[in-house]
Structures are given as C-alpha cells and as structure tokens.
Design a protein around this ligand. Structure first.
Ligand SMILES: O=C(O)CSc1cccnc1C(=O)O
Ligand SMILES: [Mn+2]
Length: 627
C-alpha cells in the first residue's frame, strides 16, 4: 500500500548548501573544531530553502527513516527505536562551576527533583569519550537558526551541528533557519549565539543505519548544557526535545539563564489572543505541565458563539518588558508545532486537525492502510482500513497502536487560527498569565491571585497528575512548579526570586493578572465536573472581565484567592455542570495542599527558598486557618 519508491530517482547527495564561510568567524571555528573531533564524511551548511527540505526528505526516504503518507499533502511518518521515544530527564544535565547555581541542595536524605548538575570536568570527559569520530562516514549538518523572528529585539540565534537528517528537517519546521540567519549572524555579537552540538552516536559502519533506520545510542545518551558558555551538547538520542536543541534545551534551559541575566522570562507557556463578543482583544499566556492541554487551549474552538481565538504559540513564551506599553510582551520563539498526537481529534482540537495533514512529520503514530495516520483518541477509521502500530506490526488491539508520546511536527503558518501578530518582532502585550494542571480534587475551576507575589506562589505550588511526555508514569500528583521542573536552566530558588523581582526591575510595569485553572476536577463519584475543551471559553471570558476591570461583583474572596461568583460564569446550555462544587475551596484539602507545598520547598530548596515566597506561603496558611 505504499507508492513503490523509485530509488534511482532519489538523489543521494545533498547539493551544496551554504559554505562554512557564510558563518561568522567564531562560528566557523566552532564548526571546524567540531569537525576535527567528529570526522564527518562531509560538512553541509543548511540554507533553509524548500529545495533543501526536499533533499532532506528524499534522503530520509532512502535511509528508511520515514515513510510517505500518500493520503495527505507532503506528510511523512517516522518510527523511532523503541528505546528513543521521549525526553530523558535522568540523562539531562546542566553544568556550572558552582553546583548551587544549577540546583538547590536538597534536605538531608531527600532526592533532588529540580534538575541534574554535572561538573565541568565530567562534562568535558563525557564529551571526549563520546564525540571522537562519532560522525565518521556521515554528513555533518550545520544549521544557522533563529529562535523568534530573525533580527527581532526579543529573538536569539543559534548554530546547531547534527548528524541527523531528521533533526535538520524538523529544525526547518521548528525554527527559522538558513541563509537570512547566517547573514544576520555576521552583523551580530557572536558571543550571544548559542552553540548546539548533537549526534545520534552511531558512526557509519557495518551495523549502522541500514539495520536500524532510527540510529541512536541509548546507553550513552546525555543531554548537557553549559549556560556560562551558551553551549548545548546532546549525544545518543534522535528524538524530540533531546535532539531539536532549539526547543527545550535552548528556548527554555539556556533561554531561562539568558532571561535571568537580561531581566526577562523564558517560560513553558502558550500564547493566545481572545476577542470577546463585546470588548477588546487580549493576549494571555498559560503554563500547564507537559501534555496537560496547552496545545488544545492555544487552539481552542469556542463552544459559545461570538468569541474569536487566535494562536501565537502552544509551548514556549519569551516574555519581555516593553517600555512603550509598560506591559510584558511575549513572542513564540518557535516556528512550528511539535504537539502530542494521542488525544488530538476533530472533537478535542479541530484547529490542530485542520493543520497537520499538510507539510507535517509524524513520529511514532500508527499507520493506516490507506496511507494515513491514526492514534488513540482520534476518530475511528472505517472497518476496511487496516492499522499498523508504531512498531510496524498489524495492530493486535491489545496495546496502544500509537506511542503515548507520538508527535506531529507542523509549520505554525498552516494553523488556520494563527494570530496575525504571531511573528511581530516586538511580541504581543500580555494581560493575564494562567497556571494550571491536572488536579482531580480540591482545586477550583479557576481562581485569581491577590497580587503578583501571591501569583508567584501559585506558580511555585503547581502540581499535576503525571503524563506520558515525561518519564514518570501512573496517576500520582507530581510537583511541577511553573510547568518548568524539567526545564529550569538554573537554581529554582533564584528563578522564583527573579519572578518576584519583576516589579522592581521594571518600574511602572502594568503586570499581567495571575490565575490558576483546573479543567480536570472530578466529583466524589469520579465524574468530570467540567466539560473542558470548547467550553473553557466560558472561564476565559471571566478572565477577560477580571482583566478589563477590578469588577468585584463577579468575584468572591476566598483564602486561596478570588473565585468567580457562581452566576458570573456563563453555563447556558450546560445541563450537567455543578458549578458550586467545581468552584468550591475545601479547607481541609487546602490545609494538606499547603503542608505538601511547604514540605516540597523545604525538601527541595531548604537554603534557597526566597523569603518573599515563604512570606506569601505564611499568609496563605493564615488565611486558610481563619477559613
Ligand atoms: O521532546 C519530547 O520528547 C516531547 S516533550 C515536548 C515536546 C513538545 C512540547 N513540549 C514537550 C514537553 O514535554 O513539554
Ligand atoms: Mn512543552
């Protein structure tokens, strides 16, 4: 059922892209010194053209890394080695001279959960052990790229070196790469350019690519970051956040250290524009842990007529003070969407479904016999269509056909509701920040902080049921402060202090209001208390009203924050909703929640908990005790 590939037509050699001379001096030295270490067959500097992308596709088809999906327009499916399917937090390290700059010292006997530190010496020896000759017989791709619109005041540039054609192709979707960026690099401060060295760790040899179209080296996988040198070095994994180094490694881990030094915020947040039936369009950011619905919210199709949702980004926000508007402005530094496939459907996210069947690379989804893809949660396929699971076997319907962390990698420009300002170099003004996650009990549908500092406590207290994107399994509720736990580039205590310092650093700033949302609360008999999806517009509407005025007639003050007055959320047409229960604030639950957070802070950062945070926690505790 595949178009038989006429291998004679597949051009095996990549026509020359740019030359290394297109790069500025320091980047040329980086490329040349890396080439001496990894000894590639050839060096290919990417120009970011469509012609080049076509060559990448042909090479991956020939290598067997991807399959064509003739049911769609220019879409392909990659299957990874089952040992290389998600981010590997336990193999992800940050290197600083002083360990405490990377992670707080946990309390005695406590396992630190806020990242992993590696000494400079160990990083150097780990690199030496792995990279010598690792690209022998292979093409070393050199990718000049920009995170954010090239040349924009909020954008930053990087150079990624990789021996993976899949990574080069996916980088074309996820970043702005090629000629224009290399020209900009020559006019910029080269010390600001982030160097990203990546290898799948499988030099060409008798047992390499042809045996396993997904080369990787799981036993040797390491994802290392050296913020002081703006350097990322990743080895052994070809997948997602481990190898597309512009995403989590640059835009969040290194990005958060640059943001700390320059006075802005690099966050794991969506950015979206909401236009109500009456009133002005507002932009909001939202931080939910991995696979907790950021993409679905950023691309919401409102169930209530009269609202317009436009998406700027679904995963990462760079948020910087704008001296003209005196507000935070945010850009989406990415150029594409690398979304979780399972759970995406015409019911849950019609806008995503309207985007991904053109110019998209799918990874680890199931394949259908009519040349398409399928995953759990997608509408059923007709009975006469066979399903091949993500291992390439006829689906036995016993285990999931698609890997839980299967992804689509699609250009943002194809999203029907992409915001007109999604590439505005100055970003969009942010009126509200939402924190949230999967909380089956005790956390109301929405509540608002009393202040910026109280909002920072809410972010620091974030917890959520674990999901497939991380390594943790099962339904236990995990702490995931600011949805950044796997992505902090530096000491969490210092990160919190940086948030608390924002009003001081930016005098006169009109700070965004801070809220916490929970679409996932269940009743005592295990039923969803809220329909979610398109009905979440009803909650966003309350946010817009609270942002537009301090209209206290629609809010009730509770010990944890402002909660909507029951009749202030439009539930017209929703018969089953028990809003009273969905908005309730059970005091006993919150006494335990505060104890749990206090323990988390004292366990994880006993010597680094900012006094401003402890003060807010104490005040919350007092309010709960007063009831
Ligand atoms: O990188 C991966 O393996 C998937 S994780 C991911 C991918 C895109 C956006 N967000 C995430 C995440 O884990 O937050
Ligand atoms: Mn994410």
């Amino acid at each position: 059922f595949f178009q038989l590939l006429d291998l004679n037509k597949v051009k095996l050699t990549l026509k020359r892209g740019l030359t290394v001379k297109a790069l500025p001096g320091k980047m040329r030295k980086y490329v040349q010194s890396t080439a001496e270490q990894v000894t590639p067959k050839e060096i290919y500097v990417c120009d970011g053209s469509e012609k080049e992308m076509k060559m990448f596709i042909e090479k991956m088809l020939f290598d067997g890394t991807i399959f064509p999906l003739p049911k769609y327009d220019n879409c392909y499916l990659a299957r990874t080695d089952p040992r290389d399917v998600a981010r590997v937090e336990s193999k992800t390290f940050i290197t600083t001279k002083d360990k405490r700059d990377t992670i707080p010292e946990p309390a005695k006997g406590v396992i630190g959960k806020l990242g992993n530190w590696m000494s400079p010496e160990e990083m150097d020896s780990s690199i030496k052990k792995r990279f010598k000759g690792c690209m022998s017989g292979k093409i070393m791709y050199v990718i000049p790229f920009s995170m954010g619109p090239p040349g924009g005041p909020l954008s930053k540039m990087g150079v990624q070196i990789t021996d993976s054609t899949y990574v080069a192709a996916a980088s074309k979707v996820m970043t702005r790469m090629g000629m224009e960026v290399s020209k900009l690099m020559n006019e910029s401060n080269q010390d600001q350019i982030v160097r990203c060295t990546h290898s799948v760790g499988v030099p060409e040899g008798p047992l390499s690519a042809k045996v396993n179209p997904w080369p990787c080296n799981p036993d040797q996988t390491l994802i290392m970051h050296k913020p002081d040198e703006k350097l990322i070095v990743s080895y052994g994994s070809g997948y997602g956040g481990n190898s597309l180094l512009g995403k989590k490694c640059f835009a969040l881990r290194i990005g958060s250290t640059i943001a700390k030094s320059e006075g802005w915020l690099a966050e794991h947040m969506l950015i979206m524009g909401i236009t109500p039936p009456k009133g002005e369009k507002k932009y909001i950011c939202a931080a939910f842990p991995s696979a907790c619905g950021k993409t679905n919210l950023a691309m919401l199709t409102p169930k209530v007529p009269g609202y317009k949702i436009e998406c700027v980004g679904d995963d990462i926000a760079w948020i910087k003070f704008n001296p003209k508007t005196k507000m935070f402005h945010a850009i989406n530094p990415e150029n594409g969407i690398f979304g979780v496939a399972p759970g995406t459907s015409w019911q849950s996210n019609p806008n995503a479904m309207a985007t991904i069947f053109k110019d998209t690379m799918f990874t680890n989804t199931a394949l259908t016999s009519d040349g398409g893809v399928w995953w759990e949660g997608m509408e059923e396929v007709p009975a006469n269509i066979q399903i091949i699971d993500w291992h390439g076997k006829l689906w036995d319907r016993k285990k999931p056909a698609s890997h839980p962390n299967a992804r689509f990698c699609a250009p943002s420009r194809n999203l029907p509701i992409i915001d007109p300002n999604w590439e505005s170099p100055d970003g969009v003004p942010i009126s509200a920040i939402l924190f949230g996650g999967r909380r089956p009990e005790g956390v109301p549908l929405i509540y608002q902080s009393f202040s910026w500092e109280h909002g920072v406590l809410i972010g620091a207290m974030m917890r959520s049921e674990a999901t497939a994107a991380a390594e943790h399994k099962g339904k236990n509720v995990m702490n995931d402060p600011f949805a950044m736990r796997p992505f902090f580039g530096y000491n969490f205590g210092h990160y919190i202090q940086h948030w608390l310092d924002m009003p001081k650093i930016h005098e006169g700033i009109k700070l965004p209001k801070i809220f916490h949302v929970n679409w996932f609360r269940k009743s005592k008999d295990g039923k969803w208390l809220w329909p979610g999806y398109g009905d979440n517009i009803r909650v966003l509407d309350w946010v817009l009203r609270r942002v537009s005025s301090d209209d206290d007639s629609i809010a009730v003050k509770t010990p944890i924050g402002f909660v909507p007055k029951e009749d202030s959320i439009n539930i017209e047409g929703l018969s089953e909703v028990n809003l009273k229960e969905a908005l309730s604030v059970p005091i006993d639950f919150w006494k335990k929640e505060i104890e749990s957070s206090a323990k988390y802070f004292s366990d994880q950062m006993p010597d680094d908990t900012p006094s401003g945070l402890s003060k807010e926690l104490e005040e919350l505790k007092k309010r709960i005790e007063q009831g």
